[in-house]
Design a protein around this ligand. Structure first.
Ligand code: SAH
Length: 312
């Protein structure tokens, strides 16, 4: 099932027919239902999945020259209430199971197979907080990476992103999975971060950065920091210098994400020259920094835009 991507017992024709029939009496392969696949003008696709209990989550497939990245959800909704995030306005309904997380990958690969492609990279950056559902995420990663029984992906092609749940970061470090860690930073002062991200009131920047420094890294591996740029909130030259200072001595890579709008949002994306000025300050301070122009903005699939209608 994992190695060949065969998702129907009846199609496992290398097994004796009687055995397949016996299997079907005792087991089933339960995948979420693909409710719709929405293509974006930029080539990305949002897959909206309906779960057994009627809940909905989405997974986003993002093709780039030589890679195809899948953005995975880990919870129905999210309970962390970051002020700039649409998913955060819906609250958390429940954790996804290990099977529902893996199901997103299996279904994305099935979709891509018709085009002779396959998911090459995965980011846990969809709906929900992966480290608030750590057990299921760790189990799913084991299946994704197991070379014999699982799908055989390199852990270095998998990135787990967190709002900054320090105990979760510590537990993830102890699991020794070798996956990349991404931190949603978004501000380099406790004052601003606490306003944008309530989690900062439980785990402040110093506590967070101490946990990040303990995260085990392979020789050329780095910790990613996401930084959503919000006009007049966290986008000044001074903010950029503060980020550079905070990351001093950390093997870091910063991804600047210009704010993606949603109806009712209280924030705005800074103008392009401001974005580039912010980036160049970080580059000047020796911090590797890219601007991530989100994919799928036109179909509500970009960072922070995932929210599916709740079933009636
Ligand atoms: N809960 C995890 C995984 C979500 S990753 C985490 O917070 O890291 C999604 C990323 O998009 C996070 O960095 C999030 O802060 C960011 N984001 C949320 N809303 C956004 C918006 N409107 N525009 C740009 N980025 C946003």
């Amino acid at each position: 099932m994992y190695r060949k991507g065969v998702l129907d017992l009846a199609d496992m024709t290398d097994l004796p027919r009687e055995f397949r029939e016996a299997l079907a009496e005792h087991a089933c392969i339960g995948l979420p239902t693909v409710e719709r696949v929405t293509p974006s003008a930029d080539g990305s696709r949002k897959i909206v999945l309906k779960l057994e209990d009627g809940g909905r989550v989405s997974a986003v497939v993002m093709p780039d020259d030589d890679r195809t990245t899948l953005c995975l959800s880990t919870q129905v909704g999210c309970g962390f209430e970051c002020a700039f995030c649409l998913t955060g306005t819906m609250g958390v309904d429940r954790n996804l199971t290990e099977a529902e997380i893996l199901g997103q990958l299996l279904l994305a690969n099935a979709l891509l197979r018709d085009e002779d492609r396959r998911v090459t990279h995965m980011v846990f950056m969809g709906m929900g907080e992966p480290l608030a559902n750590l057990k299921a995420v760790v189990r799913a990663v084991h299946v994704m990476t197991d070379p014999k029984l699982g799908l055989g992906y390199s852990p270095r092609r998998i990135t787990v992103s967190t709002v900054g749940l320090v105990p979760g970061i510590e537990r993830l470090a102890r699991e020794g999975l070798g996956v990349n860690l991404a931190i949603s930073l978004h501000a380099a002062s406790d004052e601003v971060r606490g306003r944008l991200m309530p989690v900062n009131r439980s785990f402040d920047l110093e506590t967070l950065m101490n946990a990040v420094r303990q995260y085990p890294l392979a020789p050329r591996q780095r910790v990613f920091f996401e930084y959503v740029l919000l006009e007049g909130v966290n986008d000044s030259d001074e903010d950029a210098h503060r980020v550079a200072k905070l990351l001093r001595g950390v093997r870091a890579k910063v991804n600047l994400i210009p704010f993606n709008d949603w109806p009712g949002a209280r924030f705005r994306r800074p103008p392009l020259p401001r974005i580039l000025a912010f980036q160049s300050i970080l580059l000047g301070a020796g911090v590797t920094t890219t601007v991530r122009w989100s994919k799928g903005e036109d179909i509500g699939a970009a960072c922070g835009q995932l929210r599916e209608a709740v079933p009636a």
